[in-house]
Ligand binder design. Sequence first.
Ligand code: ADP
Ligand code: MG
Length: 557
Amino acid sequence: APQRETHAFQAEINQLLSLVINSLYSHKEIFLRELVSNASDALDKLRFRAITEPELLADAPELELRIIPDAEKNTLTIEDSGIGMSHDELVKNLGTIAHSGSREFIQAMTQRGQKDMQLIGQFGVGFYSAYLVADRVEVISRAAGKDTAAWKWTSEAHGTFTVEPAERAARGTSVILHMKEDQKEFLDEWRLRSLITQYSDYVGHPIKLQVKKTTGTGDDAKTETALEVVNKASALWQRSKSDITDEQYQEFYKHLTHDWDAPLAWTHFKADGHQQFTGLLFVPKHPPFDLNAQQQRGVRLFVKRVFIMDRCEELVPQWLRFVRGVIDSDDLPLNVSRELLQDSQVVRGIRKHVVKKSLDLLEKMSKDKPEDYKEFWKSFGTVLKEGLATEAEHKDKLGGLLRYESSREEGLTSLADYVSRMKEGQEALYYMYGESRKAVEDSPHLEALKQRGYEVLFMTDPVDEWAAQGLREFQGKPLVSALQADLKLQATDEQKKEQEQSAEGLKGLTSRMKDVLQDSVREVRVTDRLTDSPVCLVVPEGGSPAYLERLLQQRGK
Ligand code: ADP
Ligand code: MG
């Protein structure tokens, strides 16, 4: 018969453990949120699978969480009747870290010796937060389905864990925390009750707390235990807006994302035209450490209150990948597949709505809370700009959301403010693209513009030039690169005449230059765009834009 096996944790788990212990010692109570969230995920997964395999629910239809403090044994047990784990799943899920991104993150954090709560919180400390309050953890789990066996995982977190056969009457998981000497407060009924209300009220399954009840008096007094539901157990987004406080929205966001910080803004809406769905979308304050990774994208999809999948990409375009939240559709079938999502009229409709709601939310933030918007822009501006480059549809709205530094002074300006400052006779918004503020500021290409008192937008983000090409114009005025050869600035007749004369006079020089430079340049000509510098390079009309040249150069073409 199989006996107890000892396994070593993957090296990163040890790093993660010490990171958790060292960074979160003053936030020990988060272990409960993490373990409840895992139990709730396990119930969601089961309910989802039971759509196609109803027999999984057969012997124990109840989907619930139980929290059982035991002062005598000094244990706190968090139990669920969810999907459970097999032997191999216990070893894999609780002994290794799945995402390669997470591994890199842990290594980076460890190397820097950083105790950055915000970052590690966002990353989601998960199961290992149990060791904030427990010195030994046992997990007894039995996978849902016929003929499954129960297994017990045990560890004191000193580099190894053991797995052995166990007893469990039905599917699900029990996480048994053997509390540290100084953490017994978490066995207190009132402490637990208030933590659950604070962190887990919105969990969509009943959370039952085991409490002591005394009946009778004197010699007849009897103390019994009873299970009491302590959360609302209804999906937060299904409640009416007026019944939800800001704090509840914020806690729900934290539950959803594991972020420590409150979101910058949120929008909660119901669509009930020819499509019925509810949405609750959040804009985070900080970018996640792997913002650029594809996997970050998407919101949670529910169908008729049943959890279907996390990070459903089909509901959000790439350039809104920072938006987090929930969509709950009444129209999609419960057994919706990836293929169906990709090819669904319903999904396209929802996505359109999500884009509109997100843009409205950002617009409102930029008007009502400019400081928050600045923070948003710092975190996600470069992502939002991708929208201009890839989709023409939202050009006008996106144009209004752009912020750039400019030649005016330090700080960011909107395009609308730029336009309101345009000089008499100025017909375009001018921008200069370069590697850094310093590089664009000192560029000879700006001289003629500066001389005329024209403001120039500084674009220093790799996506900027691409985005500017996508935008093309703002409030009916063209966006023009300072590098563009046919920069038609207004000159007085006298200036024009002067220029022609000097060009004539310098003909000998320019043609000699062309002879020397030969095919390196297309043309050498006299210009009035320079005031201090003797010469500058410009892109000829019809030439490829500078960013493309750079891109090709980088690729060695
Ligand atoms: P995350 O929840 O972000 O995936 P955790 O560290 O919290 O990370 O959990 C690791 C994994 O362990 C989960 O992804 C899940 O597969 C498994 N797990 C944890 N708790 C449970 C549970 N109560 N029931 C089933 N599986 C669980
Ligand atoms: Mg988790």
